[in-house]
Design a protein around this ligand. Structure first.
Ligand code: NDP
Ligand code: HEM
Length: 515
């Protein structure tokens, strides 16, 4: 080793990003000790310009998140009847995965212990490419048509004038979209505020397809049940936590894995044949509904464990790009309109947030070989051409070739194309009612209290409209919320600041509102 090389145990030599050794990283070049600077101090300019480019756009939803790596281990043969997906094809088989949890509405700096739906986004690095299951900690969703999603999200984000979250907007939208009541009931129940990512279930929520070597298709739903048990905070407890730490989930998850307490979930699927789907009273592709366990029992698939913290949060969690469009052989979509909308939306978001070749970033890179004909663009940092002469298709130079053995069985569809109005009917209240009746007394009281806290101070005509929705679930539901609201009215003479601002924001448009 030459004398000027760093010796083992010594600090590595600092270089520029172009690899040239740096002589001084502490003092800028000035004309005299007091300045001014010289434009030729390119390393100073490099440091300043890099800093200016350290942030990328945050996710438009689910901006605050926590992630870890782990493994899925298959424990049962039952699922193999329905799908030829390789990750399920052997008991004991292990597949590496990344799991990112998130809240939906808050920005990247939001406090972790806020009441919100939690994202549960999985990337399985399978032999046949990446399978992304981008679910939530709830089995249902607020709306069932992707046309409504951007409006819904707008009500969860900040009011354009006050720049504050607006309970009025939320309840205006929800009370005008009563299909949301199932998800609202979960959100406002104990499970709407878990203590940490380990203490909640995950669900694929939508209906997906499985297909097998016989060319048979089955519809399926994915469930991940926590082995840590469900633990939740009340609003008051969460307030105390947030006063002490805004990062309680990061601390919980990172700490548990660091200490070797690896969180685990049991993975299950439900199966519905296409014949059952045709005969089923409920629309099996409606994401505001679950499939009752009694009729479609949970089938165990395997055990999921999180066992490795990211080395670099930005590179491995912030740059992670999950998309429902990433499916692998044996797994596919269903006619669910929301799922169909999502198949488009995510990759589009990634191209904007990360750049054209976002799937070549290390965390998104499949662990199986990749060979495609996509060409240049942002993030084209991989030099491999697969085959330099076969850069188009068809070609005579042994470029990557399609493999018909991966073809999915055809999906029969029929009908007339139009914008269908899916009315809210009594059937939409059956499952929220079943859930409400599953709650014990204490849980019902906390549900009423949480709802009252969320609604208190919004215009009375919106409360009245929402009350008719609670009433359709169960008169006891409406009565409980009514009492909790009047209790809050009495005990809270002064309205909270946020509610006042909300009212101010409504002052003008209010005049035109039909009550
Ligand atoms: P089951 O009694 O077989 O299932 C009840 C389900 O409810 C279980 O998955 C249970 O989850 C979950 N659950 C229990 N307590 C709560 C709670 N406080 N908040 C949210 N979920 C809870 O009956 P059904 O399958 O007929 O479902 C009845 C109702 O349960 C549904 O209308 C739906 O609202 C809710 N539910 C149903 C699910 C499904 O896939 N069928 C999934 C989740 C909820 P766990 O096993 O973890 O305790
Ligand atoms: C994130 C769109 C419904 C779960 C996102 C992102 C977009 C989006 C654009 C940000 C992606 C990124 O920048 O990385 C939509 C649309 C929906 C929809 C258009 C409806 C049509 C749902 C539903 C679920 C869900 C129903 C759950 C069942 C998630 C999760 C994330 C996410 C978990 C965060 C993923 C991550 O951790 O990176 N969504 N979404 N979304 N969405 Fe949706």
């Amino acid at each position: 080793m030459a004398d000027d090389q760093p010796k083992s145990g010594e600090r590595p030599r600092l270089t520029t990003s172009a690899g040239a050794p740096v002589a001084d990283n502490q003092h800028s070049i000035t004309v005299g000790p007091r300045g001014p600077l010289l434009l030729q101090d390119y390393q100073l300019i490099e440091k300043l310009t890099h800093q200016n480019r350290e942030r990328i756009p945050e996710r438009v939803v689910h901006a605050k998140g926590w992630g870890a790596f782990g493994t899925l281990t298959i424990t049962s043969t039952e699922v193999m009847k329905y799908t030829n997906a390789k990750l399920f094809n052997e008991v004991g088989k292990k597949t590496d995965l990344l799991l990112r949890f998130s809240t939906v509405a808050g920005e990247q700096g939001a406090a972790d212990a806020e009441r919100d739906v939690r994202g549960f986004a999985l990337k399985f690095y399978t032999e046949d490419g990446n399978w992304d299951l981008v679910g939530n900690n709830t089995p249902v969703f607020f709306v069932r048509d992707p046309y409504k999603f951007p409006d819904f999200i707008r009500t969860q984000k900040r009011h354009p004038r006050t720049n504050l979250r607006s309970p009025t907007a939320m309840w205006d939208f929800w009370s005008l979209s009563p299909e949301s009541i199932h998800q609202i009931t979960i959100l406002m129940s104990d499970r709407g505020l878990p203590v940490g990512p380990q203490y909640m279930n995950g669900y694929g929520s939508h209906t997906f397809s499985f297909w097998n070597d016989k060319g048979e298709r089955y519809y399926t739903k994915f469930h991940f049940k926590t082995q840590q048990g469900h633990k939740f905070y009340t609003n008051e407890e969460a307030g105390e936590i947030i006063a002490k730490s805004r990062e309680s989930y990061q601390e919980e998850l990172y700490g548990a894995i660091h200490d070797g307490n690896f969180p685990k979930w049991t993975m299950y699927v439900q199966i519905m044949t296409p014949e059952q789907a045709d005969a089923e009273e409920l629309n099996p592709f409606d994401v505001t509904k679950v499939w009752p366990h009694g009729k479609y029992p949970l089938i165990e698939v395997g055990e999921m464990e999180l066992n490795k913290n990211p080395e670099n949060y930005f590179a491995q969690v912030e740059q992670a790009a999950f998309s429902p469009s990433n499916v692998v052989k044996g797994i596919s979509f269903s006619p669910d309109k929301m799922l169909q909308g999502r198949i488009f939306s995510y990759a589009d978001a990634h191209r904007y947030r990360l750049g054209t070749h976002y799937e070549a970033l290390p965390v998104n890179q499949p662990k199986s070989p990749v060979a495609h004909y996509h060409k240049d663009g942002l993030l084209r940092f991989f030099a491999d051409n697969n085959n330099p002469d076969a850069y188009y298709e068809p070609n005579s130079f042994d470029g990557p070739a399609q493999d018909p053995s991966y073809a999915e069985p055809p999906l029969p569809v029929n009908g007339v194309a139009k914008r269908y109005e899916v009315e809210v009917t009594d059937a939409d209240f059956i499952q929220p009612r079943a859930l409400f009746n599953l709650f014990d007394d204490g849980e019902k009281q906390r549900l009423f209290k949480n709802l009252a806290a969320a609604m208190h101070g919004i215009p009375q005509f919106i409360i009245d409209r929402q009350m008719t929705v609670f009433e359709r679930v169960d008169p006891a539901y409406a009565e409980g919320v009514r009492q909790a609201l009047s209790h809050l009215d009495k005990s809270q003479e002064d309205r909270e600041t946020q509610k006042d601002v909300d009212r101010m924001a409504l002052d003008e448009p209010h005049k035109n509102v039909e009550k």
